[in-house]
Design a protein around this ligand. Structure first.
Ligand code: NAI
Length: 480
């Protein structure tokens, strides 16, 4: 029986390994983590992450060929294939701070693998890492040369949160990079055999190590660039009277462009896009490619611009001040169908409003108050370094309330900001909400989820990203 151990029981390690266990009943999969609360949650009925379909997959294999444990060293020592799916955040200090990937967690995992291994192993990079990381990992693994053969593979994960199980069941492709030696090719074949249990062979792409590592960064950069492109267009649409949805539809019909990922919004979030582009920028700079680095940096600049533009629009529409006014925030997760708030645009929007002294009332169906409080207290890039936790300042605490109902959040509010595209926000009784709000009552739709015309008929002043502006909004131009 092949034994797989995955280091890191997070958003990637957990779902990926659960699906491997389900699809390969003859493989034993153990997911290990240094975080005891995370492992305890995986071993309970209340999984640590919310992902549609995940509960069901875990239930089917947990205790049979899928296990979760904090006994990291034991399970690594026993495994034939070790996946490393630990966090690779942006460095906050020292060389490359604010750009380079922080490989502290990766390095410590690699050192531990080297120390505890007594048999040959395939070590798989599942985390997103800078190009050439495999070379560094190889050096760490072989530093004390115990005669053990380690083969390093790069197998980046392309799942999207919110659709992770669907993506894992039916991936667009699986990418495996390895050394072009016979040992490297044998290792590629062993991992390919695992995926081939359910993924058609023509969807499993095998490359050299560096192509696989770079492809993941490139894929995220292209995806984020698409969002920034449509968001840049949304600002021009508002200025000209064009409608970004119509523009997206028109350009998406071109088969070279395609219709997906063309929705304008308040900006992209999530743990990966910004971090991976910054990492790409850093690598370009290290190779003296300043023009290329600047090109990709612009994707992040537009994303920041879009968030600032949104906050400025809110404040300017409400007579240039939100001081003491209640503003309801509907949605805090970075997208629907996840409870993940890492780099969510909601953090910047809320901080912007708090900075202008608004009182904000937040409702998200999947995000706990504790998480929101923590997110609003953290400095940029600190979110993936749990040790940096800081308490929230007393003023900010007074300005923020988290509630468990959209109606409660909007009661007595001057404005509503929709920041996550949860389906339930389309179904709210907006007449009831309008009746309970201060007047004039505003809706700022950062995801284009509500029917703006219907809301205007009720009496709301509605701002929807990239859509023609109400007369009110035209009279109060926002300065970005
Ligand atoms: P996460 O933060 O949810 O999970 C990482 C886990 O690794 C944590 O539970 C942490 O306690 C554990 N860990 C860290 N160091 C450890 C060590 N030495 N030994 C044992 N456990 C350790 O991170 P997530 O989101 O799962 O991401 C992991 C990697 O996958 C990152 O490189 C990310 O860029 C990449 N990725 C993430 C995607 C996503 O949608 N979240 C998608 C594709 C790739």
């Amino acid at each position: 029986m092949v034994k797989i151990c995955c280091i890191g029981a997070g958003y990637v390690g957990g779902p990926t390994m659960a699906v491997i266990a389900l699809k390969c009943p003859k493989v034993q999969v153990v997911v290990v983590d240094i975080s005891t609360p995370r492992i305890t949650a995986w071993n309970s009925d209340q999984l640590p992450i919310y992902e549609p379909g995940l509960d069901d997959v875990v239930k089917q294999c947990k205790g049979k060929n899928l296990f979760f444990s904090t006994d990291v060293e034991k399970h690594v020592a026993e495994a034939d294939i070790v996946f490393v799916s630990v966090n690779t955040p942006t460095k906050t200090q020292g060389l490359g701070a604010g750009k380079a990937a922080d490989l502290t967690y990766w390095e410590s995992a690699a050192r531990m693998i080297a120390d505890v291994s007594k048999s040959d192993k395939i070590v798989v990079e599942k985390s997103t890492v800078p190009v050439k990381t495999a070379e560094a990992i190889e050096r760490i693994l072989t530093h004390n040369n115990k005669g053990i053969n380690f083969q390093i593979l790069s197998n980046p994960e392309f799942l999207a949160e919110g659709t992770a199980i669907k993506d894992l069941f039916n991936p667009d492709r699986v990418l495996i990079g390895g050394r072009e030696t016979s040992g490297g090719q044998k290792a590629i074949a062993a991992l390919r055999d695992v995926y081939a249990q359910w993924v058609p062979i023509d969807k499993i792409i095998c490359t050299n190590l560096w192509s696989a590592e770079l492809s993941k960064l490139a894929a995220n950069a292209f995806l984020a660039q698409r969002i920034s492109s449509v968001n840049a267009m949304s600002a021009l649409c508002e200025a000209t009277g064009a409608d970004v949805t119509q523009v997206s539809q028109a350009i998406g019909k071109d088969t070279r462009i395609g219709p997906k990922f063309l929705n304008a919004s308040v900006g992209f979030g999530g743990s990966c896009f910004q971090k991976d582009i910054l990492n790409l920028v850093y690598i370009c700079e290290c190779h003296g490619l300043a023009e290329v680095a600047n090109y990709w940096k612009q994707v992040i600049k537009i994303n920041d611009y879009q968030k600032t533009r949104f906050v400025n629009r809110i404040v300017s529409s409400m007579f240039n001040t939100v001081s003491g006014k209640k503003v309801a925030i509907l949605g805090f997760a970075f997208k629907k169908d996840t409870g993940d708030t890492r780099e969510t645009p909601a953090i910047d929007v809320c901080k912007g409003l708090i900075g202008d002294k608004a009182k904000i009332s937040i409702y998200d169906p999947q995000v706990q108050e504790e998480q929101i409080t923590r997110d609003l207290a953290l400095k940029k890039f600190d979110w993936d370094h749990p040790v940096h936790l800081q308490p929230m300042s007393p003023t900010s605490v007074k300005q923020v309330a988290c509630v468990w109902d959209a109606y409660e959040a909007t009661k007595g509010a001057h404005g509503i900001c929709i920041l996550t595209e949860w389906d339930e926000f389309k179904l709210l009784d907006y007449k009831r909400i309008f009746d309970g709000m201060e007047k004039p009552a505003f809706v700022f739709d950062g995801r284009n989820v509500v029917d703006a015309e219907k809301l205007r008929k009720i009496g709301f002043i509605v701002y929807a990203i990239g859509k023609p502006l109400d007369a009110w909004l035209k009279d109060m131009p926002a300065v970005a």
